[in-house]
Design a protein around this ligand. Structure first.
Ligand SMILES: [Zn+2]
Ligand SMILES: [Zn+2]
Length: 160
């Protein structure tokens, strides 16, 4: 889980535990941390402080966001320009589906540490997405149940 840079932090002690030798350096603030204080986020070792509100990018979450709200997966990945493009082209259906695929693939690449250009979403962005996502999900459930009801009524009328 955590990256250990043997030798690199030799002689340094954990920022949080002053008697414990450090085994990693935070990728964001360069604090020395021990095994207990190191958090792995998107293949990078972070200190406890920097890891707050940050989580490893997951492809299923990116896909789920994109599936219900075109471009939401791109927002999750920190690609805001792409998000707007996908959202505007979504009525054509194909860009929407491509957006789902792209969000999942990009999330995996961010998690693996291959993509560093994308902004790692802070807790605020993730929380905002989850809050927006819920009413959209409810809307789709209501819409599809209405469609099924209408379909059943139509079939019933035809059979009569
Ligand atoms: Zn840090
Ligand atoms: Zn520690």
């Amino acid at each position: 889980m955590t990256e250990v840079h043997a030798g690199e932090t030799l002689g340094r002690f954990c920022e949080y535990h002053h008697r414990t030798p450090a085994t990693a350096t935070c990728a964001l603030c360069a604090k020395a941390t021990c095994d207990v204080c190191t958090r792995a986020v998107n293949a990078a070792a972070l200190c406890m402080g920097c890891a707050v509100g940050r989580a490893t990018q997951t492809s299923w979450l990116a896909a789920a966001f994109s599936l219900l709200l075109p471009g939401a997966g791109q927002v999750y990945n920190g690609q805001f320009g792409k998000a707007v493009t996908v959202f505007l082209l979504a009525p054509l259906a194909a860009p929407w589906l491509w957006g789902v695929y792209d969000a999942a693939v990009t999330a995996d690449r961010i998690a693996a540490g291959d993509v560093t250009a994308a902004t790692v979403p802070t807790g605020g962005v993730l929380l905002g997405l989850k809050i927006v996502w819920l009413p959209v999900a409810v809307f789709y459930v209501v819409l599809s149940s209405l469609a099924v009801t209408a379909l059943m009524a139509g079939v019933g009328a035809l059979l009569r």
